[in-house]
Design a protein around this ligand. Sequence first.
Ligand SMILES: [Zn+2]
Length: 84
Amino acid sequence: MAYECPRCGQPVRRGYSSTAQHAAGLIGALFYAAFGSFQCAKCGTVARREFPPEVRTRMATGSFLMVLGAIVLIGFVLWIVSKM
Ligand SMILES: [Zn+2]
């Protein structure tokens, strides 16, 4: 899932927060990545609202799939733990 920076056209990465990871572990970091802002190598942090509407729609879908993946992962881990 690569998106272009609305300012310079370079690819942006999903933001990463070590604070979120400390607070809630891997899941917290994942939720932050799903709903937080994006990072451009050239411009720094790019807010979600700076992207055009159709890109934001794709982001929302991507975020939904990430969260869904996280829930499946938690369910799988709990299932493994219950079998041990
Ligand atoms: Zn940029």
